[in-house]
Design a binder for this molecule. Structure first.
Ligand code: RTP
Length: 155
């Protein structure tokens, strides 16, 4: 059971300052929770600008990089780690396309956001990014390992 938990796929999900300010935390968490994914770490933080730049280092050449980092560090962010079979890819599916104008209805951004600069949520885009982002935002001891009873019904 322990080994099973250690091997399970994990992703980093963050509700950005717009999602927190708009009181969408419970709405967003409930979508991951109802799907059957398991919450293994959570905290609310106001990242510094430097921290935001680290998080978005891949985008540093993009024209919107500075504004994006200002935005991410402008208020509380809800940082989470979610665990489960296929959670990285399916998490992105729950979130929807980057530009809310292109996200399908039924997705988080499709249902709840309008413009790309205020798209309320972030999710890791692959296994390497997931690992890096979890390590950036969380200390190992902030992640909990537990057996959820629902797992035997949904996995
Ligand atoms: P995220 O990392 O936040 O989950 O978003 P993503 O992978 O879907 O999109 P990515 O291309 O990595 O962009 C990261 C975030 O940058 C903002 N963005 N602004 N044209 C723009 O103004 C623009 N393009 C992207 C978005 O907030 C996007 O989520």
């Amino acid at each position: 059971q322990e080994a099973h938990a250690a091997e399970m796929e994990r992703t980093f999900i963050a509700i950005k300052p717009d999602g927190v300010q708009r009181a969408l935390i419970s709405e967003i968490i409930s979508r991951f929770e109802r799907k059957g994914f398991k919450l293994v770490a959570i905290k609310i933080v106001i990242p510094s600008k430097g921290f935001a730049e680290k998080h978005y280092h891949d985008l540093k050449e993009r024209p919107f990089f500075n504004g994006l980092c200002d935005f991410l560090s402008s208020g509380p962010v809800l940082a989470m780690v979610w665990e489960g079979e296929g959670v990285i890819k399916y998490g992105r599916k729950l979130i929807g396309a980057t530009d809310p104008q292109k996200s399908e209805p039924g997705t988080i951004r499709g249902d709840l956001a309008v413009v790309v600069g205020r798209n309320i949520i972030h999710g890791s885009d692959g296994p390497e990014t997931a690992k890096d982002e979890i390590n950036l935002w969380f200390k190992p001891e902030e992640l909990v390992s537990y057996t959820s009873n629902t797992e035997k019904w949904v996995y």
